[in-house]
Design a protein around this ligand. Sequence first.
Ligand code: DP6
Length: 367
Amino acid sequence: MGAEQQATAVRSDESVRPASAGSVQSVHSVRADAPGTATAVAHPNIALIKYWGKRDERLILPRTDSLSMTLDIFPTTTRVRQAPGADRDEVTLGGKPAEGDARQRIVTFLDLVRERAGATHRAVVDTENTVPTGAGLASSASGFAALAVAAAAAYGLDLDATALSRLARRGSGSASRSLFGDFVVWHAGREDGTEEEADLSSYAEPVPTGPLDPALVVAVVNAGPKDVSSRAAMRRTVDTSPLYEPWARSSGDDLADMRRALGRGDLAAVGEIAERNALGMHATMLAARPAVRYLSPATLTVLDAVLGLRRDGVAAYATMDAGPNVKVLCRNADADRVADVVRAAAQGGAIHVARPGPAAQLLDEDG
Ligand code: DP6
């Protein structure tokens, strides 16, 4: 794919631009310029209020609302082309044929898109992730967001941002949030109505913020594959952890506090709430039977360094996902200092510095 390609077919909606950012574009709607083929780009997001637990595994409906920051690093680019006459979907990840569960999740997702579009042709799907291997940045979020935008366009579905977010959710819950830039909330959706009402009401949307100018320092302390997938760990936690229900309840309070902190541009409060929400999520896993423990000794060393930064008056707060790697939220002005301290603590682990990133975009094939 050429660098000359321009993002054209996704219109941005200035009216929802959060006050904090210059880079955000919110997807308004997607339409394929060249029906049959489409390419999209999406960025990963890191949750500050975590999604941990489903109430519906098939529709991927979460137990709780969650809130994230989209990053400006590690985009995923996905091209989908309808392949008339092919008898199976051809899926490559980084130039290599996808296999096993990774392939099956993509084919199942394409089946959903085809069902909605009334289409039957198989597809050729090429995905390029720029995330360094094992960086601990959920590539399923950027991956399914890019796939949703590209597949919808390639199969001629004209979907608005809300519908694209709901579609991406069916691939991976956190992907619903990567449709949008900057800070994003994903609504768990209605629990008191029909299945269709629940599905329609569970989507992500941008969260307006006061002036924040944040950075997220990513410390990769272990690049190896995880023993337990986040999907399996989430299920086990909901099914067996006595701490799950209390965390889910308190996460609702965290979200309300977080919205207020974001609204007034209070980075220290944002970080404090994010850190307590993440530690609480890991506590639910530690109490699962058997326990799921993603945090390693190296994780705790970085957490100590973050505490040290705070003792020195630097607003730095940690969050961890389904792995040992640590993401440290801080002021952009403090990012270099935080990165230095975290680098020393991470003992050779790679450090990446991210800022708020853009919404998912459809690229113009013709440039
Ligand atoms: C810890 O979105 O990867 O990163 O819906 O089963 O695909 P599935 O799960 P996924 O889970 C992400 C979990 C998390 C927290 C978060 O991103 O909110």
